[in-house]
Design a protein around this ligand. Structure first.
Ligand SMILES: [Zn+2]
Length: 406
């Protein structure tokens, strides 16, 4: 079975030079029970991949204490090699769960990018814009300007309104008139952040970012939990994607992004896992499941966040948000960024309603094969491009080193 667009088909796919060259559909109603499903690979539109190193740390703490008491002290000890190991480990987890592309925001992005390239996963990396680090603005601009695009590309980034000042934003925006990359940013994650920005600047974080010029080449904005209707209008006008991170928002008690309302206002919505300490996994099927459920509960309305809409958020919308319009769907001419799911399992049978099954019944662990640009990068517990025993050894050594010294 395969998913060409918003349809379920039975048939075959021809891949040539990393692209889908032909789709041959035929009638085969026998696949209701068992069989395999080929679907577009998933796009994780907001992550801090190397946070696999701190998976689950500080659970139960409120956001600010979680950051300051649990996360920051360990992050301060992380070196380039730790980031490389953590990012490779996260890339392995994502590929094993059908994710073909990630938007990553973390320190040592060059080492992260090396790990993504080794794994064969597509990635949009960035140097994180932060005000309080000497020379960081030039570093951010230089990082993106010097990047040689491959499966890994470099976008621009500020962490958030509250960790950068107006001058930083304006200068990065000015440089981006030549770099022409979308912005990766956290926006209105908590009420405190949203209200604080209004107190500081007299406008919401989204309106403030628009004002600085940072949205001029589009953006993908994580969380957007407290965004207003006016913010949604700005997002539509500037082509800003709302990256919904339901697990992270639930775990940290941040609130519920108004996703169906944003969609109704014409805003593109994609999905992300956020970092592994606020999730605590990189399972995009779980994000689809929650994205579909929480808005039905919040609005007392089972008709919102329908299965096809949510699948598109996790595939095509994410790919387009990251400037990868040649990915995210099964169509002739698109990149062969795909994953294969084994439906011959008790919890996936019968397959009466495939989109519903994907969103509500599937887990990352049901994926048996993942390919990027037609290259198999995960196959039944093996990652052909990676020495995974070595990767596991390095990762566990990094964890031991980081936590021994605490
Ligand atoms: Zn984040």
């Amino acid at each position: 079975m395969l998913l060409p667009g918003r349809k379920v088909g039975f048939g075959d796919l021809l891949i040539e030079n990393g692209k889908i060259a032909e789709i041959v559909l035929r009638d085969d109603p026998g696949a209701l029970n068992g069989g395999r499903l080929l679907m577009p690979g998933l796009v994780n539109c907001h992550g801090h991949t190397a946070m696999t190193l701190v998976r689950g740390l500080g659970g139960g703490l409120p956001l600010q204490r979680w950051l300051e008491e649990a996360i920051f002290p360990v992050e301060a000890k992380m070196c380039a090699e730790d980031i490389r190991s953590g990012a490779l480990w996260g890339a392995m987890e994502m590929l094993a769960g059908g994710t073909v592309c990630v938007a990553d925001m973390y320190d040592f992005p060059g080492e992260g990018a090396d790990a993504f390239a080794e794994a064969g996963i597509k990635a949009n990396v960035c140097r994180v814009g932060l005000n309080f680090i000497e020379g960081r603005l030039a570093d951010c601009i230089g990082f993106t300007r010097g990047w040689k695009p491959s499966r890994v590309v470099a976008d621009i980034c500020i962490h958030s309104e509250y960790l950068t000042d107006r001058g930083f934003c304006r200068e990065l925006a000015a440089a981006n008139r030549e770099l022409k990359r979308p912005l990766h940013v956290h926006v209105s994650e908590t009420k405190r952040e949203h209200d604080g920005c209004i107190a500081r600047h007299g406008k919401t974080p989204m309106a403030y970012l628009a004002d600085t010029g940072l949205l001029d080449r589009g953006a993908y904005a994580a969380h957007c939990v407290w965004c207003s209707d006016d913010d949604f209008r700005i997002m539509r006008e500037y082509g800003v994607t709302l990256v919904h991170n339901p697990t992270s928002n639930l775990k940290l008690g941040s609130g519920f992004a108004r996703v169906p309302e944003a969609v109704a206002a014409g805003v593109r919505v994609a999905l992300g896992t956020d970092g592994c300490a606020s999730n605590d996994n990189l399972d995009m099927f779980e994000e689809m499941h929650l994205a579909s459920l929480v808005h039905k509960g919040r609005l007392n309305d089972p008709t919102v966040a329908g299965a096809w809409d949510v699948i598109e958020m996790a595939t095509k919308n994410g790919a387009h948000a990251l400037g990868r319009t040649d990915s995210g769907e099964i169509a002739v001419g698109k990149a062969a960024d795909l994953c294969l799911v084994d439906l011959d399992k008790p919890h996936l049978c019968p397959a009466l309603d495939i989109p519903n099954l994907i969103v509500n019944s599937m887990h990352a662990s049901d994926v048996i094969m993942t390919m990027v640009d037609g290259e198999v990068v995960y196959d039944r517990g093996q990652w052909p491009t990676i020495n995974h025993e070595r990767a596991g050894y390095d990762f566990k050594c990094a964890v031991r080193r980081l936590f021994k010294a605490l």
